[in-house]
Design a protein around this ligand. Structure first.
Ligand code: ADP
Ligand code: MG
Length: 435
């Protein structure tokens, strides 16, 4: 706290830079003249290291009275050159190697992760009673680790005597290998078989490692029989993990298997808004929309893009605007891959937005649920393509050009009175043009 105070007050670091880069730094180890600091992610690590090492060292020296070297690590990254004494000590805290930011409170629930979230919460509320094991799978950067830490935090919050152990499967493997090497296998077993809740992240990495699978199999059985909760994550479902022993595979399928998919547009928006809110940043809506429209595959990249914009704005001392965002992300987002914008394409996007089948739009049905989106399609076709009224009519189920004109004009007038409609049109336009 004192070091942070010096940074803020004496070293003239602006409020926003301080909040963005330095506030969440955590000291994870002090050893042999080196202070190890944990940063949120790769981008902040690189940037903080380059830009803030000096001020940090000055502030540290001022408070502690001695110079220290700095080492920056990511959450869960093992710290090298730790002495044995600190290793022992770290082991006592091992139940707590959790990222404080990864809680249920900061996890945005969307269609893509509803099931996994509900299952995780159920397991957190009733360990070993709801689903055992819980197996969460999904692609990179979609929130598996975040959910696992959320479960651990929740359980520890309810009962901090509970022995909750979170490990990556790599860490499990390394500890096993070391214990064999140092003849400490008993200790290893005792540690893993005496806990209440075991969370193993990215289990796919034990595939093909016979000895690790063997050991994990026994750990699993011991815990399961003692009615302890086991939570596992992987980048794919058990049946797709090649070279995973059959007896493990079948055990992973005993409980509940929940998947996390890529987030849809609305969820991406919500995640970015949540992030801005958590970091106390005021980010214009059009910037949030710009990022959510263009970065689709993975939430880590979504956050990375936002961090990049924030960093860029601090760097050039300019407010965050859409122009600034485009500038900051020009390497990530290739502007406008000149998608072919056709009436069919527009129909698909609008239909998807309203949960309709494109055929409904082309049909003769006249219920408002269908007629209204259809008029929106007409409006957008006129605005975003240079297709003639006749041809738009042909594409939309052979309608007369006057129908197209009427529908499109109607939306055009309503837009000026109806804010919600205006907003919808904006979102659809962005989805269609990618701009
Ligand atoms: P995975 O383990 O699946 O690779 P992570 O759990 O590490 O993914 O998530 C990557 C980043 O995205 C983390 O910073 C995490 O906080 C964030 N994230 C993922 N899903 C969500 C969500 N639903 N709400 C808020 N943040 C999320
Ligand atoms: Mg992960």
């Amino acid at each position: 706290n004192e070091i942070q105070k010096v940074l803020r007050e004496d070293l003239d670091i602006s409020e926003i830079s301080y909040k963005t880069w330095l506030e969440s730094l955590k000291i994870v180890n002090v050893d042999n003249g080196t202070i190890v600091l944990e940063t949120d992610d790769e981008i902040s690590r690189g940037y903080i290291e380059r830009k803030y090492s000096k001020p940090l060292q000055i502030a540290i020296r001022e408070i502690i009275g001695e110079p220290y070297k700095l080492q920056f690590v990511l959450p869960n990254e093992s710290i090298t050159n730790k002495s044995d004494a600190t290793k022992e000590k770290a082991n006592q805290h091992v139940y707590n190697n959790l990222n404080a930011r990864y809680t249920f409170n900061t996890f945005v629930v969307g269609n893509n992760n509803k099931l996994a979230h509900a299952a995780a919460l159920a397991v957190a509320e009733s360990p070993a009673e709801a689903y055992n094991p819980l197996f969460i799978y999904g692609g990179v950067g979609l929130g598996k680790t975040h959910l696992m830490h959320s479960i651990a935090h929740f359980i520890l919050n309810e009962n901090n005597a509970s022995k909750v152990l979170y490990v990556s499967s790599e860490k499990f493997t390394n500890e096993l290998i070391n214990s064999i090497r140092d003849d400490r296998n008993e200790e290893f077993r005792k540690k893993y078989r005496s806990i209440d809740v075991l969370l193993v992240d990215d289990i796919q990495f034990i595939a093909g490692k016979e000895r690790t699978q063997e050991e994990f199999f026994h750990t699993f059985n011991t815990l399961y029989e003692a009615k302890k909760q086991i939570i596992i994550s992987s980048d794919r479902p058990p049946k797709e993990i090649e070279t995973l022993e059959e007896r493990l595979r079948s055990r992973f399928e005993w409980g509940l298997i929940a998947d996390i998919q890529a987030p849809d547009f609305e969820t991406r928006m919500a995640i970015l808004r949540k992030k801005a809110e958590l970091e106390n940043l005021n980010i214009p809506n059009e910037v949030v929309q710009y990022v959510a429209t263009n970065i689709k595959s993975n939430i880590r990249e979504l956050e990375g893009a936002m961090n990049k914009i924030i960093a860029y704005s601090t760097l050039v001392h300019k407010e965050i605007t859409k122009e600034l965002a485009e500038d900051a992300l020009k390497d990530l987002i290739t502007p406008n891959e000149q998608k072919d914008i056709t009436p069919d394409f527009i129909t698909n996007i609008v239909a998807q937005h309203y949960g309709l089948n494109p055929d409904d739009i082309f049909s003769k049905k006249r219920t408002r649920e269908i007629a209204y989106p259809r008029q929106i399609v007409m409006y957008l076709c006129r605005k975003l393509t240079d297709t003639s009224l006749q041809n738009i009519g042909k594409s939309l189920g052979n309608r007369d050009h006057t129908t197209i004109m009427h529908g499109s004009d109607k939306i055009g007038t309503e837009i000026n009175k109806d804010l919600a409609l205006k907003n919808t049109i904006e979102i659809l336009t962005k989805k269609i043009t990618g701009k």
